[in-house]
Design a binder for this molecule. Structure first.
Ligand SMILES: Nc1ncnc2c1ncn2[C@@H]1O[C@H](COP(=O)(O)OP(=O)(O)O)[C@@H](O)[C@H]1O
Ligand SMILES: [Mg+2]
Length: 311
């Protein structure tokens, strides 16, 4: 049994499949514990649209009546607040400095979405240490019971933070574009997450395309490589966002495209994306919400995790 396999087995034993309730399921049965869907938005390459996807998706979920928490986890190069024209008083740095609690740092974004802002240019946050990771999980955990969707903007690449936040999510959306480097970098990220951390399922969202046809071509290219080199991995086509000149226009005025150009092609796709995710049977096979798992695991055997060099 490899390391990741061992962890998954422990996870099953800790929670059992009956703990794996999605928000949707718990809404159907009020006796089930409420537990947010944790979705990371990630990429191998930077500049592919993660931050825009996260916040527009958050707005689309709000309009479906859902409670949304957005975690800016691009910790060293944070920009969700800038994108939204917000000027947060405190950031995640104050959480790690134990100066502020999670709820004091949160800022309210468009239409009531909650945002945990990160800090830009803070080198110490580029590689979170174990206690910072644990503190963040604990604080998110305390707060997230009120939340339907926790959306994480992970930042790009294969740094320890990016890998960590993807592991903390039940569903990971990998953004790709038609650029060859975006494809190879997306592949590299999925490869590390699957071979070293046992994450086997990814949702592919294709950005900067002319339409569905081109998006499917991009997806086919990725799935060909995956089928050939990473047979145990499962990737699903989630959808596409078209290249849309209205999107950078909105960015320049620090507004969301879905907010100020609701009829724009990208806005319409953000709505479709929210609905697609909402309608999908939530929660992969990861029971209980991985963040709960990690918290318990850390609490029970922090040494073991550190010694194993998990993160
Ligand atoms: N579908 C799109 N059409 C046109 N421009 C886009 C689209 N998606 C993203 N952009 C532009 O690309 C740039 C990078 O987007 P961003 O969301 O910041 O990417 P990331 O978070 O992955 O670095 C932004 O300037 C944004 O305006
Ligand atoms: Mg970004």
């Amino acid at each position: 049994m490899d390391q990741a396999e061992g962890l998954r087995t422990m996870m099953q034993q800790s929670f059992g499949p009956s703990r794996s309730h999605s928000t949707v399921e718990s809404e159907k049965d009020p006796l089930l514990p409420r537990c947010p869907r944790v979705i990371s938005v990630t990429s191998g390459k930077g500049g592919v649209g993660k931050t825009n996807v996260v916040v527009n998706l958050a707005l689309a979920f709000r309009r479906l009546g859902k409670k949304v928490l957005v975690l800016d986890a691009d910790l060293g190069l944070a920009n969700i607040d800038v994108l939204l024209g917000l000027v947060p008083r405190y950031t995640i740095e104050h959480l790690f400095g134990r100066e502020k609690r999670f709820s004091e740092i949160l800022v309210e974004g468009p239409e009531g979405m909650q945002i945990l802002p990160a800090s830009s240019g803070v080198h110490s946050l580029v590689d979170l240490n174990e206690s910072q990771k644990l503190l963040l999980l604990e604080e998110v955990d305390l707060f997230a019971g009120e939340t339907d969707f926790l959306l994480i903007d992970t930042g790009a690449g294969i740094s320890s933070n990016v890998l960590y936040f993807n592991m903390a999510a039940q569903e990971s959306i990998v953004i790709a574009t038609p650029e060859p480097t975006s494809l190879t970098d997306a592949y590299a990220l999925m490869k590390v997450l699957s071979t070293q951390y046992g994450k086997k399922e990814f949702l592919i969202l294709v950005n900067f395309v002319s339409g569905e046809e081109e998006a499917k071509r991009v997806f086919k290219k990725i799935s060909k490589v995956v089928d050939h080199f990473l047979k145990t991995l499962s990737i699903d086509y989630l959808g596409f966002i078209p290249f849309d000149e209205k999107l950078p226009l909105a960015v320049r005025s620090q507004k969301l495209v879905l907010d100020i150009f609701p009829e724009a092609p990208s806005s319409q796709r953000f709505e479709v994306l929210a609905r697609t995710l909402f309608d999908r049977p939530s929660l992969t096979k990861a029971p209980g919400g991985i963040q709960f798992f990690w918290k318990r695991l850390f609490a029970s055997q922090p040494q073991t995790i550190q010694e194993r060099g998990m993160f």
